[in-house]
Design a protein around this ligand. Structure first.
Ligand code: M6R
Length: 368
């Protein structure tokens, strides 16, 4: 059932183009309108929402961090993202005009479930983004957007994450449509770009040689850092989590803008640092991240740079270059995450770890 792959995880990484396409399927009609059937919260009510709170755990939480950038940009609704395990024991400010978005691949994560119960007690409206039909979290929510990733067996989330991103983008665009903060043609542009993502991921997956080669050199590494900015920051966090889970390496993700506030003290000779570079030209943060690469390299770091295919500004400062397809900034996590998944999977395989069942972890965390 692994379809010729050594691990479910690897199979699931390669299923991502289809998972993304399936999650987009049937949600955008020929007249240029988004229809999210399962939303079940009326347009009038969605227009009254004055705050969004996203709650989730682990990788799903990182998809929520990406969602915040997109949702606030497209809808102008303030959006917070919180770990479900923190939210459930706080006294959060939510009410009938708050939309709580619970993101969970399994739909059974105990902390996320308790967090939505906590939110509903305060009469918040709850929308689930979930991959598992009929699971508990969507059943206890007012509305649901299903991701159509198909079953995810590997403990490390891969296609679950990418499809959560897609669902978050769809939600953001839908809210923008309903509330009139974006016009049809602007929504159409993003939808067009999203529609091209599956092919972009397929192409990227055929160019993983530098990533596989890198994994072969990593057997003895004990510490790895990941840097990103804007939506690249959650990508850095996700890259680090994958390495922790699968390769049992101490890995940390940082917002590149925070370097001087502490993390740069960690940089020493030969320390491997992955850097996610925002798209070139169209993005003011690009140059700032390129400067960060120079700064850490001057202090001895080994830089592994993920940058767009024709971004040559990074060439001189990259010890290893991983090329990404061109997409707009907000959508870049859909492609930038993929090499990091492949890297963690490959490294763990080389270390002889059980990639699908990493030590101490369970696929769905149904206890706290
Ligand atoms: O099923 P969920 O999406 O609610 O699971 C949340 C986390 O437990 C999950 O994403 C976990 O962090 C993964 N093992 C990450 O690869």
């Amino acid at each position: 059932e692994k379809g010729g792959y050594d691990w479910f995880m690897r199979k699931e990484i390669f299923e991502q183009p289809k998972a993304v396409a399936d999650t987009l399927l049937g949600r955008y009609d020929a007249d240029g309108a988004l229809t999210l059937d399962e939303i079940r919260i009326s347009a009038a009510e969605l227009r009254r929402i004055d705050k969004i709170v996203i709650i989730a755990c682990g990788t799903a939480f990182y998809s929520g961090l990406v969602a915040k950038y997109a949702i606030e940009h497209w809808t102008r609704i303030p959006c917070e993202v919180e770990l479900a395990s923190e939210f459930r024991y706080r006294d959060p400010i939510v009410g009938p005009t708050t939309l709580v978005v619970a993101i969970s691949q399994s739909g059974e994560t105990a902390d996320t479930l308790m967090a939505i119960r906590h939110a509903r007690e305060q009469r918040a409206r709850v929308l689930a983004i979930c991959n598992t039909n009929g699971s508990t979290i969507p059943r206890e929510s007012d509305a649901v957007i299903y991701t159509h990733a198909g079953p995810e067996i590997g403990v490390a989330s891969t296609k679950g994450f990418l499809t959560q991103l897609v669902a978050c983008y769809l939600l953001g665009l839908y809210l923008a449509q309903v509330r009139g903060t974006k016009f049809g043609d602007e929504i159409a542009l993003v939808m067009e770009e999203l529609a091209a993502v599956p092919a972009a991921i397929s192409g990227l997956l055929t160019e993983m040689d530098p990533v596989l080669k890198l994994a072969a050199d990593f057997a003895d590494e004990r510490v790895v850092l990941f840097l990103g900015r804007h939506v690249g920051y959650p990508v850095a966090l996700e890259g680090a989590l994958k390495l922790k889970e699968l390769a049992y390496i101490h890995a940390e993700g940082f917002a590149a803008g925070e370097l001087k506030h502490g993390p740069i003290a960690l940089i020493e000779d030969d320390l491997p640092v992955f850097v996610v570079v925002p798209p070139q030209g169209r993005d003011m943060l690009h140059d700032k991240v390129v400067s960060n690469i120079q700064e850490i390299r001057a202090r001895g770091a080994r830089t592994i740079v993920l940058a767009e295919a024709d971004d040559h500004e990074v060439d001189a400062f990259a010890d290893v270059l991983i090329r990404l397809p061109k997409v707009s900034t907000l959508l870049q996590p859909l492609v930038a995450t993929v090499p990091l998944q492949v890297f963690a999977c490959e490294l763990a395989t080389r270390k002889g770890h059980d990639v699908d069942q990493p030590r101490n972890l369970a696929k769905s965390v149904t206890v706290e």
